[in-house]
Design a protein around this ligand. Structure first.
Ligand code: HEM
Length: 190
């Protein structure tokens, strides 16, 4: 099926940022090291706590992505994480927040693929429940997100440039939070 204009615009404006995140996040090595896994999950918790707060401010309940925070908090206790749990104040208009929602709901597609790889490699999944937080409904939630974007665009509430600006900002924030401090990618971005 052909992607709708808003989805095509989101893909073309964020494709490079997604590829850069995938290259820099060093996921496979970090999940295989207990100390680095704990910090990686803490970083995902920060991303989701902050975007949940943004969605609560900028979007009506019916448009908000499902929260993964409860699962992430359980993951951190399973990992005996005792670090800080920061939440950032992020600003967005409601149209920009739709772009942020695209990034957050889309990340569960990648999470699903990553989890499948770990299972097939026999890696222990303690603390990685958030990769499967949408268990069984990943596809349905993705289709609902795409339908919601199309409906908001048709109603004139989702100007393309504003939605894509939100998605670009969301990838920049995800990059800043998820890349391991001190990695080459953070040095390059500084
Ligand atoms: C190691 C890290 C990552 C890998 C390997 C990865 C991989 C993937 C893959 C394979 C898909 C397509 C899934 C499918 O079609 O079934 C996907 C989709 C997506 N991922 Fe990632 N991902 C990663 C991290 C992230 C992160 C951290 C975010 C955002 C915070 C993200 C945002 C997205 C979005 C928005 C889509 C939907 C793209 C679209 O179809 O329009 N990904 N990812």
């Amino acid at each position: 099926m052909t992607a709708s204009p808003i989805l095509q615009a989101l893909r073309s404006s964020t494709g490079d940022a997604h590829a850069a995140l995938d290259r820099h996040i060093d996921f496979d090595a970090r999940v295989r090291d207990p100390r680095r896994r704990r910090r990686l999950v803490g970083a995902f918790r920060r991303l989701h706590a902050s975007t949940d707060r943004l969605f609560a401010r900028a979007l009506p309940t019916r448009l908000r992505p499902a929260s993964r925070l409860t699962v992430l908090d359980q993951d951190l206790s399973d990992l005996a994480f005792d670090g800080d749990r920061p939440v950032d104040d992020l600003g967005a208009t409601s149209a920009q927040a739709l772009g942020w929602a695209y990034v957050i709901v889309g990340s569960s597609l990648g999470g699903h693929v990553l989890r499948r790889g770990l299972v097939s490699d026999g890696v222990d999944l303690t603390g990685l429940g958030f990769l499967d937080a949408d268990s069984g409904v990943v596809g349905a939630r993705w289709r609902a997100l795409v339908a919601m974007l199309d409906a908001e665009a048709a109603a004139g509430r989702a100007p393309t440039t504003e939605v894509t600006a939100g998605a670009v900002a969301a990838f920049a924030y995800a990059h800043a939070v998820l890349i391991e401090p001190g990695s080459d990618a953070t040095a390059a971005a500084a």
